[in-house]
Ligand binder design. Sequence first.
Ligand code: SAH
Length: 319
Amino acid sequence: MAELHIPVMTEEVLSYLDCSRKGVYVDATLGDGGHALGIYRQLQAGSHLIGIDWDEQVFEEVRKRLRGYPARVTLVHSSYTRLEEVLAGLGIEKISGLLLDLGVSTRQLSSESRGFSYHGECRLDMRMDCRLERTAEDLVNELSEKELADLIFRYGEERFSRRIARNIVDVRAKSGPIRTNDQLVNIIKSAVPPAGRREKHPARRTFQALRIAVNQELGNVERVLPQAVNSLEPGGRLCVISYHSLEDRLVKRYFREMSRDCRCPPDRPCVCQGVAELELLTPRAVKPASEEIRSNPRARSARLRVVAKKDVLKAKAGE
Ligand code: SAH
């Protein structure tokens, strides 16, 4: 049985989203609906919750949980990279708040059929949406040694990426295609010397890298952020929780850039007379409290960053 996901930093998210204001709130990474339920309970009658997820399998569980409160709920099976299209399809122009809780859910990770996990035995799939064309199995069997090494180094920040890539290509050449997660785990174990195993599991970083590549996770984050900012009404909030440094860096840079009044090159006089579109509400990323990490170790790497959309016209008029 797959485990239900425990939502991370729920109190912090709810306090930043401030859903007591009447409006439309979007949870664009619905998962098992833990955060969505928290949001839903706080909404006023007349407010609207939109839940989006790329994984069709989440909706059954979430439908059971989101019942019994007066706000409207709409659930949409889509990628958050289509946020503007989804909102336009529902006739919604502006939203008051958006949550992105990036990555995979515990349920996806612990499922014995999805291939995200390095435990058990199943096909190396790792697609969040089964409409995606390439699985992890395709990548492992089709990429060249150099492409694999670069991918594992870049997305997994794995020191032994070259050795792992070489072993994958050797096994492929000798014994044919690699089909299952446990085959890959054994290949990784034989590439990483026991002395170099500082991780909880030697396959963790390689599996993370493949998952990021299959789902194009970093590109997705880059695509959704500007759409999120465009969709927010003045005063609207955007909360993003990331779980590894590559994602967090993207979010941090984008938020910093968009909350600077002037975006002219620093060595030239300002010609833009710009006013920042965003106000940074978390100058430093918010981390989970130690009690939360104790009760939910998966929260350990979480980083929450929040911005509010400014009213640029008012700001320009100096109000
Ligand atoms: N906050 C949720 C857990 C979210 S886990 C809870 O409280 O239960 C991350 C979820 O984001 C997963 O369900 C995953 O399928 C989804 N996801 C990942 N990439 C996505 C994308 N591009 N578009 C929509 N959902 C995505």
